[in-house]
Design a protein around this ligand. Structure first.
Ligand code: NAD
Ligand code: GDU
Length: 331
């Protein structure tokens, strides 16, 4: 069985490629390299540079590589960017996913995993959030992902496509063996930006909003280690291959950390007391998002191996330091 990993040159997709390789699976990657890097794809893995919205190309890849399952990570991911340019997010995340799903159905692909997000819930109506919580995204990013979830549900009924929708909470950290991490130059994620600041690559860190209704006034998120997340996807493919029903599952640990707590963890792990500036709230940020992970545990038998904020932060710092070292060596 060949697994097509879209967005496999990106942060999470590249960890999925490693997890599949570690499990002895055949993999092909499609990525347009808009934010991903060619070097993130291992040399032994074929990389087709192209857009998932190109239905003809996707049909050809499915045929050429005998693709039986797709793990669809490709997409645009920055919440405030989606508020500023919603049409672009509906194009890249919704319209282009439609083309990929159409190619999958036409090409006889049996299983489909989709990278969805906690952003589909909007402002959390309960905590922790179960999959049955109301779906009411507060950003175009969340809405663009929810539309794709809906397309998959309808395609499942109409064409018998088996799917797993994985709603990630905040993904962080790097491969414990140092093979991959978050490399994108324009990354905006808190732990990545804090690690860069600790290493002196940024002068300060902005803390976006300190007046949220949370324990210390800053936003609370459920940070999940990227390798735990990738492993959940491998389990999800096996689960669907065994003939199980399609499913939707939250991916998180069930515990939240505030922005201030994350900053403290990065300062602790790096030993650097870097400057933090109070900044206005960022558009599209819900106050708190914490997963109820009961379903993914029960459905896939998934168990966290890296549920420790300090360890997540340490792996992110180690990866950031290795990127800096590689840049110095190349200069
Ligand atoms: N990072 C998180 O915390 C998080 C949380 C929830 C959901 N997600 C979802 O996980 C997926 C992967 O996110 P990531 O953090 O690895 O981001 P990323 O930007 O590192 O990876 C996305 C990859 O997709 C590629 N890509 C984008 N549009 C494409 C297109 N039209 N055709 C082909 N390739 C395309 C990019 O070049 C990149 O390699 C996304 O769908 C994102 O919405 C991420
Ligand atoms: O420099 C920064 C960066 C972030 N933050 C804050 O840190 C929190 C986390 O922000 P991230 O940018 O790290 O992550 P988001 O919660 O915005 O979004 C991430 O997780 C979401 C799901 O919860 C989506 O899926 C999305 O793709 C993914 O980027 C937010 O309150 C944000 O305002 C800062 O204060 N300063």
């Amino acid at each position: 069985m060949t697994v097509l990993v879209t967005g496999g040159a990106g942060y999470i997709g590249s960890h999925m490629v490693l997890a599949l390789q570690d499990a002895g699976r055949d993999v092909v990657v499609v990525d347009d390299l808009s934010t991903g890097l060619r070097t993130a794809v291992p040399a032994a893995v074929p990389l087709v540079v192209g857009c998932v919205g190109d239905e003809t190309l996707m049909g050809q890849v499915i045929k050429d590589y005998h693709v039986e399952a797709i793990a669809h990570f490709a997409g645009s991911i920055v919440v405030p960017e989606s508020v500023a340019d919603p049409i672009d997010y509906y194009l890249n995340n919704t319209v282009r996913s439609r083309a990929l799903i159409a190619a999958a159905v036409a090409g006889g692909v049996k299983r489909f995993l989709f990278s969805s997000t906690a952003a589909v819930y909007g402002e959390a109506s309960s905590e922790p959030l179960s999959e049955d919580a109301p779906l009411d995204p507060v950003s175009p990013y969340g809405a663009s992902k929810l539309m794709t979830e809906r397309m998959l549900a309808d395609a499942g009924v109409a064409y018998g496509l088996s799917y797993g929708v994985l709603r990630y909470f905040n993904v962080a950290g790097a491969d414990p063996h140092g093979r991959a991490g978050q490399s994108g130059a324009r990354a905006t994620h808190l732990i990545k930006v804090a690690a860069q600041t600790a290493l002196g690559q940024r002068g300060h860190l902005d803390c976006f909003g300190e007046d949220y209704p949370t324990r210390d006034g800053t936003c609370v998120r459920d940070y999940i280690h990227v390798s735990d997340l990738a492993r959940a996807h491998v389990l999800a493919l096996d689960h669907l291959a065994d003939g199980a029903d399609s499913f939707v599952a939250n991916c998180g640990y069930g515990r939240g950390a505030s922005v201030k707590e994350v900053i403290a963890a990065v300062k602790r792990a790096s030993g650097v007391d870097f400057p933090v500036r109070k900044a206005p709230r960022r558009d599209g940020d819900p106050a708190s998002l914490v997963a109820d992970p009961s379903r993914i545990r029960a459905t896939l038998g998934w168990r966290a191996e890296h549920d420790d904020l300090d360890a997540i932060v340490a792996s992110a710092l180690a990866w950031e330091a290795s990127l800096a070292g590689a840049r110095r060596a190349a200069a």
